[in-house]
Design a binder for this molecule. Sequence first.
Ligand code: PLP
Ligand code: ZN
Length: 408
Amino acid sequence: MGTPSELACSRCHKVFPANRLLNLCECGAPLLVRYDVAAIRAAWANSDLNASAESSMWRYAPVLPAERSEAVTLGEGWTPLLEVKALGRDLGAPDLWLKDEGRNPTDSFKARGLACAVTMAKKLGVKKLAIPSAGNAASALAAYAAAAGLEAHIFMPNDVPQSNFIECRAFGAHVTLVNGLISDCARIVSERKAQEGWFEVSTLKEPYRIEGKKTMGYEVAEQFAWRLPDAILYPCGGGVGLIGMWKAFAELEELGWISSARPKMIAVQAAGCDPIVRAFEQGAPASEFFQNAHTVASGLRVPKALGDFLVLEAVRASGGTAISISDEEMLDATLLLARREGIFVAPEGGACIAAVTRLLQNGFLKSGERIVIYNTGSGLKYLEAFATRFPRQQVSEQDKLGGLITPR
Ligand SMILES: Cc1ncc(COP(=O)(O)O)c(C=O)c1O
Ligand SMILES: [Zn+2]
């Protein structure tokens, strides 16, 4: 167990052997890991996930690509699924839950994917890793690379949140700030990687990040005693979390642990960068590059996702939808949650709260449904964005005199 049987192309279905260093298929599409689920099913039961099971995503090691003993881990996953009752009452959704991914190492769900990717890279002999990132993936790569003793080469937009920049530097990564978006960062990595000897761990260009992220799907199933909720709202940038959960549900059904019922998968994007929402509305199979992307939800500033067609497939197959939220709406929703529940989420999580509100109002979501919001990061990673709502009073010249702090 813990050994994938093969990798298969998500578009042309070409099959590749497992345990090799691979990026994309020759056709340019992402590769997905396949397991011998029948063999795993014979050796592993959901009753094995008892009180003594590890409190991290490695409790699902039989469906992860490495053995538990090989894991580069900082305790990622097994995050709380919180019932948000007061907010649910306000919104008219009495069965509303929040999966709080802000509790992961480096304070975002990116820890899951990068724990898996760095584990596999180390196992397969890589020494130098490179990533283009909107910010949180960079922080996570920097942390796991430090833990594994590997080099991390990071390319991020120059207006990335300060938290991401400082974390990456603190973890000893090589950081380049780029005057542009994640798509510009990605171009630099692909141009330089061969010459520099870097292994690229960009979203979906590497097959193992999604394996870590799929554990968000295993967890929600287990936390609800193997009955999936009616709807899942997920803040969608590159879409890996959503694609990963969709994959997890298929594996769980093959394991015989859940039925064929699926939640409505709802992709939430920022109004300032919503290529997937536009494609969904137009009935298109893939998205167009979104020009001039801008949003405070830096993780959603992905103008064109490599796996857009997989996100759209999952959203459509599940009877879900795609919706965009303005920056003001997401900050308002974040602060409403903070005041009502004592949970301070990233604007990406706030976007999902705003989306629930709107989808209840327009009748897409029904009051009796069990709804789960994925909050993908901590609000503390976005202090610049929230500072716009809470400007601090300037210290007066008199107060500064002599550097003394005087009672007023
Ligand atoms: C906080 C946060 N939420 C959501 C996303 C989007 O992630 P995904 O690629 O899974 O769509 C990101 C990506 O950077 C992020 O940092
Ligand atoms: Zn292919």
